[in-house]
Write a protein that binds this ligand. Structure first.
Ligand code: OGA
Ligand code: MN
Length: 288
């Protein structure tokens, strides 16, 4: 079969996300299918494709249609034979985790701590636990839209500091099984500043661009002022009507637009069951 262009798009919630049917991502072809998928990605922020069969090189090929791929700072969790593929996994080999454990168990956008944060992330499920281990997504476009005009004006000129070590100092501190960043790794991810509200370069929509995982503080405010505003925004942005919760099945591919969404891995599954996924990351630009 060569990539059929007859895909259908069905919204999953009022807040974010759509399911695409009629697409075989291993063989998307040169027809209209890819353009339709790309448009749905911009329109809905999160796309769900079910019953896919993707070898690592096929996942990389589909992902690359969206732009150049990037590799994660934790190089040890890349697939040895295909370093563009990162393992999100709780599987252990001889007692050693093969993938980043407890990855993303807090609301975040991928690599917001980089000068150029990841544009799109694609996550393909190989093994899923018998229950739990869902991934939640929230629309930062809708979260921004629902702020008052006065709050929007207040946020318009603010910038925030993002720092990978924030997740280690807050979330991972409770879980000693997550190895700390090495000095070498830390040196690769110095803190960066981004606008607190970014304008999506393709859709023109504004989105909140701070997150509990990686945003350390708002620049130019006192610690207390910064904390109060961030805590308000974090609580505001996780309201249920902004959220889609994905219940995984093996063969699902879910991709999301980090310029417009947050996500969180729910850590409620039996740790003796495998949760093993392949991830690719499409490089992004400097938030403006
Ligand atoms: C990620 C991530 C969530 C999950 O891969 O970036 O946050 O549910 N994963 O595994
Ligand atoms: Mn993530």
């Amino acid at each position: 079969m060569t990539g059929s262009s007859q895909i259908s798009v069905r919204r999953l919630t009022g807040g974010v996300g759509a399911e695409i049917t009629g697409a075989d991502l291993a063989d998307i072809g040169d027809g209209a299918a890819f353009e339709n998928i790309h448009q749905a990605f911009l329109d809905h922020g999160v796309l769900v494709f079910r019953k896919q069969r993707l070898e690592p090189d096929e996942l990389v090929a589909f992902s690359s249609r969206f732009g150049p791929l990037e590799q994660h700072v934790l190089k040890q969790f890349a697939l040895p034979e295909n370093p563009d593929v990162f393992l999100v996994s709780n599987v252990k080999d001889k007692g050693k985790a093969v993938g980043a454990i407890r990855a993303g168990q807090y609301w975040h956008t991928d690599c917001s701590y980089m000068e150029r944060p990841t544009m799109a992330s694609l996550l393909y499920a190989l093994d899923v636990p018998s229950h739990g281990g869902d991934t939640m997504f929230a629309s930062m476009v809708r979260a921004y839209e629902e702020l008052s005009d006065t709050m929007k004006a207040l946020l318009a000129n603010l910038r925030a500091v993002h720092d990978y070590t924030n997740a280690y100092d807050t979330f991972f501190a409770k879980f000693p099984d997550r190895p700390p960043l090495s000095e070498q790794e830390k040196a690769k991810v110095p803190p960066v500043e981004h606008p607190l509200v970014r304008t999506h370069p393709e859709t023109g929509y504004k989105a909140l661009f701070v997150n509990p995982g990686f945003t350390r503080r708002i620049a130019g405010l006192t610690e207390e002022e910064s904390r109060a505003i961030l805590d308000f925004l974090f609580k505001h942005a996780q309201q249920p009507h902004f959220v889609y919760r994905h219940i995984w099945a093996a063969g699902d591919l879910v991709m999301w637009d980090n310029r417009a969404t947050w996500h969180l891995a729910v850590a409620d599954y039996p740790m003796d069951e495998r949760r093993h996924l392949h991830r690719t990351s499409v490089a992004g630009d400097k938030p403006r």
